[in-house]
Design a protein around this ligand. Structure first.
Ligand code: NAD
Length: 480
């Protein structure tokens, strides 16, 4: 049994309560680690450490802070194998995926913001007899709260810009997948990150996340997770006038026109539907296909999907691994049942899988469903698993209506060779991120986030550097 510890004031420590929560390996359904069941006392200790560290951290030069971030990035790269194995064991995702995507991206997050901060600049506004210039100053102690689907990837996506801009951080990873956050605390110790600059508190949302949100000394909260929890955070943070960034759920449309590059669509469709077991907020879970190619698309998509193996995350041939938790597994299966009750036909999948030797793990076949109205619950609510629906359409206006029919607005993918149509769709779709003829192609400088129930604010590049700083205008009247 592995025991995870909190990281407070530069040290690995037990939770004050000495109580722990089970951590499961989704591949076999067994408990393999214990994570601190922290409470308000641990949060207080972390905030105290972060408060004490703030003045000296913000006083460092940009180059000095940048160098710490670079060192962390290099260590993550050095430990690629260990971190990828840990991420896979904790989350159920295939090892090859963690190695190709999650861990390299975590290193890239630190490296990207190590560089970005050296390029961050502010404006000056000259007027008659005076000049204004803008300072962008760190906020102070900030809180980050992240989910289980891309554990280290999203954890570091928040921490890196917060540190780069001179804030000190209290960070809470998901209690479902805490292992790589723990390994990151070891890395911070190895590279000599000054004590208290980053503090990692493990535990449940209700006892750690909500305590962070309501704590007056935490001046900003950057959250990624469900819309339900985002709402809770907004409710508490708004009257305290905290800065909040909320990255939440989605129900993304994937729109395929008859004039698409069909081969390209086929190359991407499995990944954009079922990547990471469909547990990526950006996965296209509602696939709309122009009627003239609908039957062909359906046949080819089913064929491609049937060739992909669901199995133990450690095996290279497993294209889909295990679902993160029993609770989430049951939720996904209940949505498949709901889709049938709503009149949907399962074209592929729909069942749990029990690989030999891993019978108690949580595996679900990639599932393709058709025949559902665009406005039924299956097509409106986030399932966040390997489940997609297929719907034919006849016109641009019709598909736009379908695409914009949910409360969400995170991302959309549009497949067409017609540039005018692509522009028109991109402009009219309610989403923070639109991909044309691609999916999940990311440039970390671009604004990242959603509208409506999918989010408030944007992450990435300058957006993140702005979020984690306060703008202060200085106006100097002078004899010039
Ligand atoms: P979740 O909202 O249940 O939990 C997210 C984090 O919030 C966890 O660390 C959790 O412990 C914490 N938390 C729970 N209750 C809290 C409370 N009352 N106060 C403060 N913190 C609390 O989400 P999840 O199940 O971990 O993740 C899946 C969700 O995340 C999906 O809805 C998915 O779409 C979303 N997501 C969004 C993005 C994005 O960029 N928009 C990216 C990844 C995942």
């Amino acid at each position: 049994m592995e025991y995870i510890k909190n990281y407070i004031n530069g040290q690995l420590v037990e939770p004050t309560s000495t109580s722990y929560i089970d951590v499961f390996n989704p591949a076999n359904g067994e408990v393999y680690a214990q994570v601190p069941h922290s409470n308000i006392q641990d949060v207080e200790l972390a905030i105290e450490a972060a408060t004490n560290a703030f003045d000296s951290w913000r006083a460092l030069s940009i180059d000095e802070r940048s160098l710490y971030l670079e060192k962390i990035a290099a260590k993550i790269e050095e430990k690629l194998d260990v971190l990828a194995q840990a991420e896979s064991k904790d989350n159920g995702k295939p090892v090859w995926l963690a190695k190709a995507v999650d861990i390299p991206r975590a290193a890239k997050n630190f490296r990207f913001f190590a560089h970005a901060i050296t390029q961050f600049s502010t404006k000056a506004h000259e007027m008659a007899g005076a000049i204004n210039f803008t300072l962008r100053q760190p906020i102070g102690v900030v809180g980050t709260i992240s989910p289980w689907n891309l554990p280290l990837y999203l954890f570091t996506w928040k921490i890196a810009p917060a540190l780069a801009t001179g804030n000190t951080v209290v960070a809470k990873p998901s209690e479902v997948t805490p292992m790589t956050a723990y390994l990151l605390s070891e890395i911070c110790i190895e590279v000599g990150l000054p004590k208290g600059v980053l503090n990692i508190i493990h535990g449940e949302g209700i006892s750690v996340g909500s305590e962070m949100t309501k704590h007056p000394k935490i001046k900003a909260i950057s959250f990624t997770g469900s819309t339900r929890v985002g709402k809770e955070i907004a409710k508490v943070a708004a009257p305290m006038f905290k800065k909040i960034s909320l990255e939440m759920g989605g129900k993304n449309p994937n729109i395929i026109f008859a004039d698409c590059d069909y081969e390209q669509v086929m190359k991407n469709i499995f990944r954009s539907s079922f990547g990471n077991q469909g547990q990526i907020c950006l996965c296209g879970s509602r696939i709309f296909v122009e009627r003239s190619i609908y039957d062909q698309f359906k046949r080819d998509f089913i064929q491609i999907t049937s060739m992909k193996q669901v199995g133990p995350p450690a095996l290279p041939e497993s294209k889909q691994g295990a679902i993160v938790s029993k609770e989430h597994y049951n939720k996904i299966l209940s949505y498949i049942k709901l889709a049938q009750e709503e009149g949907g036909t399962i074209l592929h999948g729909g069942q749990a899988v029990h690989p030999e030797g891993y019978e108690n793990g949580w595996y679900i076949q990639p599932t393709i469903i058709e025949g559902l109205p665009y406005d039924c619950r299956t097509n409106q609510e986030e399932i966040f698993g390997p489940v997609v629906t297929l719907t034919p359409f006849d016109s641009d206006d019709e598909v736009l209506k379908y695409a914009n029919s949910t409360n969400y607005g995170l991302s959309a993918s549009i497949w067409t060779q017609n540039i005018n149509r692509a522009h028109k769709m991109a402009k009219n779709i309610n989403a923070g991120i639109v991909w044309i003829n691609t999916w999940l192609l990311r440039d970390l400088r671009t604004p990242f986030g959603g509208m409506n129930d999918s989010g408030v604010g944007r992450e990435g590049g300058e957006e993140a550097l702005r979020f984690f700083t306060e703008a202060k205008n200085v106006c100097i009247q002078g004899g010039f």
